[in-house]
Ligand binder design. Structure first.
Ligand SMILES: [Zn+2]
Length: 147
């Protein structure tokens, strides 16, 4: 399912004082920018995936390579992508970017280039997701309520 990058998140009924914005909800019907993002940004995505935020029962496969079950290795563990989300807070505004966990696969296997603001938000975050938050605390509240 496709949602334009930086459009208002509407996949589930999450509610927050923060702006919830889509990132990485790509599909076959629309081209996306390709490029390379810094390894540190990818490391932040990897650190968020094991949180399995907003986990679903169903699993989405990759529409581009047709793999139904896409796994990734993070810290020696094999983790199934496509059944949860990655939430990334801005450290400068009440904004939370919401991406499918397949984002990591889209970046690595298909060179998907996320929006610059999203990459900037990733690079501004500390290593540990437990320390991630927006300036007003909306991210921590969102994780506590829906995570
Ligand atoms: Zn793929």
């Amino acid at each position: 399912m496709r949602h334009s990058d930086l459009s208002k998140y509407c996949y589930t009924k999450l509610q927050s004082k923060a702006s919830l914005l889509n990132v990485g909800w790509v599909d076959l019907d629309a081209p996306f920018l390709k490029g390379v993002i810094p390894a540190q940004a990818i490391a932040r995505i990897e650190s968020a995936i094991p949180l399995h935020l907003n986990a679903m029962r169903g699993v989405h496969g990759c529409p581009f390579c047709g793999d139904r079950d896409v796994y990734t290795d993070i810290d020696g563990k094999s983790i199934l992508l496509g059944m949860s989300e990655v939430w990334v807070p801005s450290t400068v505004s009440e904004t939370v970017y919401i991406a499918p966990s397949l984002l990591l696969h889209y970046i690595r296997a298909h060179q998907y280039m996320p929006p610059r603001d999203f990459v900037g938000a990733l690079l501004a975050l500390p290593c540990a997701p437990a320390r991630w938050n927006t300036p007003g605390g909306s991210y921590a509240k969102l994780v506590k309520r829906y995570g």
